[in-house]
Write a protein that binds this ligand. Structure first.
Ligand code: ZN
Length: 99
């Protein structure tokens, strides 16, 4: 993943964790680090088609699950709006940012 691609990805997600919405600013305050590069599918590609930004907490809770097995209605962090954004990104929108 090229750094420009990663920046485009974070911009797309408004510099927020794709799962819970924590901002990168808040994340830096709490954890002294940027949002993590999260693989939506643990065995998927290491490129834009499989990367979304996630906070440290979501990243570690999701662990090796496929995102849909963890990020669903039963998850208290779940939001319809955010899962639509994740799906749009993974299905199509990442393509316009590939270098
Ligand atoms: Zn999060």
């Amino acid at each position: 993943l090229k750094s420009k691609e990663w920046i485009s990805c974070k911009q797309y997600f408004n510099y927020e964790c794709a799962y819970c919405g924590m901002t990168e600013e808040k994340h830096k305050e709490l954890y002294k680090q940027q949002l993590h590069k999260e693989h939506a599918f643990p065995n998927g590609a290491n490129d834009l088609s499989n990367c979304i930004p996630a906070c440290k907490s979501c990243n570690s809770l999701k662990s090796n699950y496929e995102f849909i097995d963890w990020y669903n209605q039963e998850n208290e962090r779940f939001s319809e709006e955010r899962i639509h954004m994740i799906n749009r990104w993974l299905e199509n929108d990442y393509k316009q940012f590939k270098r």
